[in-house]
Ligand binder design. Structure first.
Ligand SMILES: *[C@@H]1O[C@H](CO)[C@@H](O)[C@H](O)[C@H]1NC(C)=O
Ligand SMILES: *[C@@H]1O[C@H](CO)[C@@H](O)[C@H](O)[C@H]1NC(C)=O
Length: 319
């Protein structure tokens, strides 16, 4: 009996199901970005901050509509196993109107069950709203047992006009509504990336957009991946947040409310959690850690080579 128990307790970790994270999106998320040698998407940078393998199915030029029509959500639905995660993020190719010639990507206007009849590539097509494409994709993936995360689109360069300016597009509202309608997790990636671009300033942000105002350099893509993880750790509990490892904590910037994310909401089946680098008793804080601010109760000692820099009343950071 004793031997059997030991055998089972040794075996147990091996039967823990290996989950995968699938990414569905456009060139801002895709491997190699716009495929021009200078830009990259944020998908490839996510894996360094979470303990699960990432399969990036994002592809340039796609919208929620064309990703649907080309069977790409169906492909992912056929790949997912129960317990896997799927992140859906669209918006950069979803603009325009159907009136002036159909590019195969533009959705039907509206934010609900509206439908538009078009002929695209010689084929009749019933075009749905952006919201309905996300809702349908989320429901399909959830029917396979996937945990779905719907993410608001990243903005273009928010310093383009010379001063920092960000207002969420209608796709942010619709992605949030689609998450609500399907019981999916919503991650406000757009706001967090806009806030990171504010933090790093105009010159650095401009260097993150080497070709145009949409596609990021590798450094900008890494920033976008960090912003996604920041939003995940700040505003969600359990789920994919519980798979974020210590590389995903202590990132630049703050949560939308000015605080720092706390680890927690872990499902209990994850590997040992590493405490967030919030300067507890003694010890010096790693680079990029918070070191002071209105609600900060930790240490103010930064690791050698960095100093505590005030960003705002809420937040100072070891830089
Ligand atoms: C976090 O996880 C990634 C992927 O598993 C790994 O490459 C990275 O080294 C981890 N970071 C830490 C600090 O454990
Ligand atoms: C900010 O939000 C986090 C996560 O929801 C919460 O735990 C924290 O208490 C909030 N902090 C403030 C200062 O409101």
């Amino acid at each position: 009996m004793k031997i059997q128990l030991t055998f089972f307790s040794l075996l147990a970790p091996c039967v823990v199901y290996a989950q995968t994270v699938y990414l569905c999106g456009d060139s801002t998320m895709a491997n190699r970005g716009a495929n021009d040698g200078a830009t990259d998407g944020w998908g490839p940078y996510l894996g360094a901050m979470i303990t699960l393998p990432v399969v990036n199915k994002a592809i340039g030029g796609r919208s929620a509509r064309s990703f649907t029509r080309e069977g790409r959500f169906t492909e992912v639905a056929n790949l997912v196993k129960s317990g896997d995660y799927v992140v859906i993020e669209f918006g950069h190719n979803d603009g325009g109107g159907l009136g002036s010639g159909d590019n195969g990507r533009t959705p039907c206007g509206g934010s609900g069950e509206e439908k538009c009849q078009v002929t695209y590539n010689g084929q009749p097509e019933t075009v749905l709203t952006y919201w309905a494409y996300l809702r349908n994709a989320a429901n399909l993936l959830k029917s396979k047992g996937a945990n779905v995360i719907i993410s608001s689109p990243t903005p273009n360069n928010v310093w383009e006009g010379g001063s920092w300016q960000y207002s969420p597009s209608r796709f942010t509202t619709m992605s949030q509504d689609a998450a609500r309608a399907t019981g999916s997790t919503f991650v406000d990636h757009g706001t967090y990336y806009a806030n990171l671009m504010k933090l790093v300033g105009k010159d650095t942000t401009n260097s993150w957009f080497p070709r145009d105002h949409t596609h990021t350099s590798p450094a900008g893509a890494k920033g976008a991946a960090e912003s996604f993880v920041k939003a995940l750790t700040c505003d969600t509990t359990g789920g994919l947040k519980s798979k974020v490892n210590s590389s995903g904590y202590g990132l630049r910037g703050t949560c939308a409310n000015g605080s720092q994310p706390s680890q927690g909401g872990s499902s209990g089946t994850t590997t040992s959690s590493t405490p967030a680098p919030t300067g507890g008793a003694g010890g010096s804080l790693p680079k990029y850690s918070q070191c002071a601010g209105a609600q900060w109760t930790g240490s103010g000692t930064c690791v050698a080579g960095t100093t505590c820099n005030k960003i705002n009343d809420w937040y100072s950071q070891c830089l």
